[in-house]
Ligand binder design. Structure first.
Ligand SMILES: Nc1ncnc2c1ncn2[C@@H]1O[C@H](COP(=O)(O)OP(=O)(O)OP(=O)(O)O)[C@@H](O)[C@H]1O
Ligand SMILES: [Mg+2]
Length: 261
């Protein structure tokens, strides 16, 4: 399987501290990764590298076969979908949901004519339906609930048919029902053969969608463990990652963790 990401001895240094510390990591195009780790572990920083928004201080980052520092990131970025709350904050609240998704295509195509307008609008409506947002197409982004806004961010990220989909805490701040609904959508998407490589950051093993294949456990910029979920996600590895004794249970591909007292 072709590699969509290849991190080799990657260091990101900020204020004389290695917030990514000699990391090796590779992601193949049929893999769906979850990144778990405590606050400040470097999860968002890894997504920013993968999204070509930052460069490593040392080491090599290859994204879709192109090496950061030797390639035009503006050509790479349209091939990468990235949904995060930082990006959602930049969406004008008065923009309609349809436009939030549709404009993802315009920024890529960089042109506007009627033929494209039609094709793009049809695709945007299809993507909205896929993420159960069709009934909200005409609502303004600012009037949506957090859960609805999260789904719009993802719909915008997949609109351009990316080759890597990066999701930074897509389930944060959702209520139980909204979280479960989004996890079901993410599971369905993860299992479809046409879906690109996915990398999702989360704080909770409860939020790993069924169908995700790999996990990277991160602490202080280092990989504590990385590999297929079934072998890698263990109580021991979580204990090392979070620095306290953890008990882990699994039921039908869903996980639950708590402190061991
Ligand atoms: N530009 C910067 N300058 C200084 N420190 C930074 C910078 N960017 C990130 N950091 C620090 O690097 C560490 C990793 O940050 P990062 O946002 O990647 O963590 P995270 O794992 O996503 O955390 P969280 O779970 O809280 O979102 C943090 O301690 C953060 O304060
Ligand atoms: Mg983060």
């Amino acid at each position: 399987m072709p590699q969509v990401l290849e991190f080799s001895d990657v260091v990101v240094r900020r204020n004389a501290r290695d917030i990514v510390d000699h990391l090796q990591w590779s992601v193949a195009d049929d893999q769906r990764w979850v990144i778990l780790g405590p606050n400040g572990a470097g999860k968002t920083t890894l997504l920013q590298l993968a999204a070509t928004l930052i460069h490593p201080t040392s080491g090599q980052v290859d994204v879709l076969g192109e090496r950061l520092g030797r390639t035009d990131v503006f050509e790479l970025r349209p091939r990468i979908g990235f949904a995060s709350s930082a990006m959602a904050r930049r969406v004008p609240p008065e923009e309609t949901v349809l436009n939030v998704v549709l404009t993802a295509a315009f920024s890529v195509l960089g042109r506007w004519n009627e033929a494209y307008e039609d094709i793009d609008e049809r695709r945007a409506l299809r993507v909205l339906a896929e993420w159960r947002l069709d009934h909200l197409a005409d609502r303004t982004f600012g009037t949506l609930s957090d859960g609805e806004q999260k789904r719009v961010q993802i719909a915008r990220a997949v609109m351009t048919d990316p080759e890597i989909l990066l999701l930074d805490e897509p389930t944060a701040s959702l209520d139980l029902g909204a979280r479960e609904e989004l996890l079901t959508l993410l599971s369905g998407y993860a299992k479809a053969p046409t879906t690109p490589a996915m990398i999702m950051v989360t704080h909770h093993v409860e939020e790993i969608p069924v169908g995700f294949t790999h996990v990277l456990l991160l602490n202080a910029g280092r990989a504590v463990a990385a590999g297929p979920i079934a072998q890698t996600l263990t109580a021991e590895a979580l204990t090392d990652t979070f620095g306290q004794p953890i008990v882990l249970t699994e039921d039908g591909g869903r996980y639950a963790a708590r402190a061991a007292h």
